[in-house]
Design a protein around this ligand. Structure first.
Ligand code: SF4
Length: 509
């Protein structure tokens, strides 16, 4: 096994190094051509958190494979473990901290094992604290340092990886992004975040916004179309602010970036997110159909949701009728303390405009309960908001203080028991709303992209069933009976039953 001389790490003790595997003796005339045999490490990437992390992990896996490494079946058989962390909630970090003991013992048993920790838990200037929190880790990489992974492990010199430039576009062109899913692909368009939501660690861990060049994104989208991907999800912490940091380009002189909320940016001469959507959607086949049939994006900040974007969503046939638009709270005072930069009424007006422009639009959201200063009345306003907006789905979590964020200086004054109570109340309310919203779809036909087999029946503990599952354009989960050959296809499904979290239907003409 090739040892990993992580550049800023001491090498493991010599006795622990396993001898490199040697080939069987070469014939005498070939001796001079034989190089030292090197067995590259088997790696395992443990990914937590959001789609951005999953996309980053695909890129790191691709770089490791390009360097000659192979993927292990799991953590237990890996020589190199990469942990792509999430810091949005304390529980996600605790999950990783909880593994430190096991990893420490594994390293005692095999001193050549290397552990790399990356993702949002790694921020500048806290290496000592990181080492205390994650003692089994050999190398910490900030998200913007992930492209250094192969080089920092000392693997680049052994193979072609050192010639692999770190730009994503080149990595994609070199086939060095190891996509996990053959049907749906992630496509990052902007890194970092310029917002200042007081509870959020992302601006600290991922830095300011950096948009990928317009032509690079289009080229990657085209290559995904060539590979037959049915669905592409554009990724960014805030995709809506795409483009404002790119250099001026005469092609985009007419682009106006007027926002509904907050200050407007002068985008004149730069592409905005709406222009990008139109550019990808404009890649058509001979019959005029979008080469990528389904285009999605996450996440959107309401501040940057422009009229231009709403128009693009309405006019581009590939853009799915679904928007994930985090509200976080239904109370203006809480939103102000969260630094969210909009009021509840401005948000609701946006949703109304969206639904008027795209009648089939489904809207999902994020909510944090128990944020600093959230009173019973403020929480009730969040419940009222859910009842009036009627989201398809709500991702809710109890507030947990993230060290280093502005909210860490606010009193965490909602007791844990009240946070739990509010979370349960909110989820119970949303379950009823989800059921009612889904019930309205019974008897209708939706296009479902079949993604795979569902192996457990509702309730999870009864007899497993073999049933296909997929998503409609509104991102609703749909179960249906049918042959496995349908996986990867878009098929019409007549909805027969509805639950709060999924629909059930059958294939129709
Ligand atoms: S928009 Fe707010 S919540 Fe989202 S990543 Fe940026 S700072 Fe965090």
């Amino acid at each position: 096994m090739r040892q990993l001389p992580v550049l800023d790490l001491p090498m493991p003790p010599a006795a622990a190094l396993q001898p490199a595997r040697r080939p069987s003796a070469p014939t005498p005339e070939l001796v001079e051509y034989v190089t030292d045999d090197v067995v590259m490490p088997r790696f395992h990437i443990w990914t937590l958190g959001c789609q951005m992390n999953r996309s980053d992990s695909e890129e790191m896996a691709g770089a490791l494979v390009a360097a000659g490494c192979s993927e292990a079946e799991g953590m237990a058989t890996a020589d190199l473990i990469v942990i792509d962390t999430c810091a949005i909630r304390e529980s996600a970090e605790q999950k990783v901290i909880g593994r430190m003991g096991v990893l420490g013992r594994a390293k005692e048993a095999d001193p050549s094992l290397r552990v790399v920790l990356t993702g949002c838990s790694v921020r500048d200037g806290d290496q000592g604290a990181l080492k205390r929190r994650y003692p089994a880790v050999d190398l910490f990489l900030r998200p913007d340092q992930q492209t250094e992974l192969v080089a920092r492990l000392g693997l680049a010199g052994a193979t072609t990886a050192d010639r692999l430039p770190h730009a994503r576009a080149t990595a994609v062109a070199a086939g060095a992004v190891r996509r996990q899913d053959p049907i749906s692909a992630w496509l990052p368009i902007i890194y970092g975040c310029d917002k200042t939501c007081t509870y959020c660690i992302v601006p600290l861990s991922r830095g300011p916004e950096r948009s990928r060049p317009y032509d690079d994104v289009l080229a990657e989208a085209r290559s995904l179309a060539e590979l037959g991907y049915q669905e592409v999800t554009l990724l960014g912490q805030n995709v809506n602010s795409y483009g404002h940091d790119l250099p001026r380009d005469a092609r985009f002189e007419g682009v106006r970036g007027g926002r509904r909320l907050g200050r407007s940016l002068d985008l004149d001469g730069r592409p905005d997110f709406a222009t990008l959507l139109r550019g990808i959607d404009g890649h058509r086949d001979a019959d005029g159909h979008p080469r990528i049939p389904r285009l999605r994006f996450v996440t959107s900040h309401p501040w940057d949701l422009t009229d231009q974007l709403i128009a693009a969503m309405a006019e581009c046939p590939s853009v799915c009728e679904h928007l994930h638009l985090p509200i976080q709270s239904g109370d203006d005072a809480v939103l102000r303390r969260m630094g969210r930069q909009y009021t509840v009424s401005a948000y609701v007006e946006l949703v109304d405009r969206l639904r008027a422009a795209v009648p089939e639009m489904s809207v999902t959201t994020d909510v944090i309960v128990g944020f600093s200063g959230e009173t019973d009345a403020a929480f009730q306003r969040t419940l009222d908001l859910l009842s009036s907006v009627r989201y398809e789905k709500v991702f809710a979590a109890a507030f947990s203080v993230r060290p280093g964020t502005p909210a860490a200086r606010l009193p965490d004054d909602v007791p844990p028991a009240i946070k739990r109570e509010r979370l349960n109340a909110l989820l119970a309310l949303q379950e009823g709303i989800g059921q009612a919203v889904h019930q309205q779809q019974v008897g209708r036909v939706f296009e479902v992209l079949v993604e795979g087999m569902r192996r457990t029946a509702p309730g999870g503990h009864v007899e497993p069933v073999q049933q296909l599952s997929g998503r409609d354009r509104q991102h609703r989960l749909v179960h249906l009976d049918g042959p496995v050959e349908l996986i990867g296809q878009r098929v019409p499904v007549l909805i027969e039953r509805a639950g709060p979290y999924a629909l059930v239907g059958h294939l129709t003409a």
